[in-house]
Design a protein around this ligand. Structure first.
Ligand SMILES: [Zn+2]
Length: 115
C-alpha cells in the first residue's frame, strides 16, 4: 500500500507458505461468503508477509467497498464501453454506483443491456 510495488498472487502464496509452514496443506470447505474456516489451528501464530520492497502492508489489487476506483481504470472502462456493442454484468446487484454508472454509460451510448 505504501510504495506501489506489485506482487503476484503466486509470490504472495510462497511468502505465506514460507512464513507459516504449519498451515500448508490444510483444506477448508468453502463457505457461502467466499470465506473459509479451519478449526483447530492457532491463528495467533499466523505471520502475514509484508511488501518485499518496503516491508509495508500488502493489499489485493482490488477496489474495496467505500474506496475510489482509480481514474485511469475508469477512463479505460469508459473507452471500452464506447467501443462495445453490449455490456454483460455478472455477479453484481449493481447497488453500488461505482459499478452501476458503467451500465448507465453503456445505456446512454446505445449499448444493449438486459438485467
Ligand atoms: Zn512496498
Amino acid at each position: 500500500m505504501a510504495c506501489g510495488e506489485a506482487h503476484t498472487r503466486t509470490a504472495v502464496q510462497r511468502m505465506l507458505e514460507a512464513l507459516n509452514p504449519d498451515f500448508v496443506g490444510h483444506a477448508a470447505p468453502d463457505l457461502p461468503d467466499g470465506d473459509a474456516q479451519i478449526e483447530d489451528l492457532d491463528f495467533a501464530a499466523f505471520d502475514v508477509p509484508g511488501c518485499t520492497r518496503c516491508g509495508g502492508v500488502l493489499k489485493p489489487d482490488a477496489v474495496f467497498f467505500g474506496a475510489s476506483v482509480p481514474r485511469k481504470l475508469v477512463q479505460d472502462a469508459a473507452r471500452s464501453l464506447e467501443a462495445a456493442d453490449a455490456i454483460l454484468v455478472l455477479g453484481s446487484s449493481l447497488m453500488v454506483y461505482s459499478g452501476y454508472r458503467f451500465c448507465e454509460w453503456a445505456a446512454k451510448s446505445g449499448s444493449r443491456s438486459r438485467r
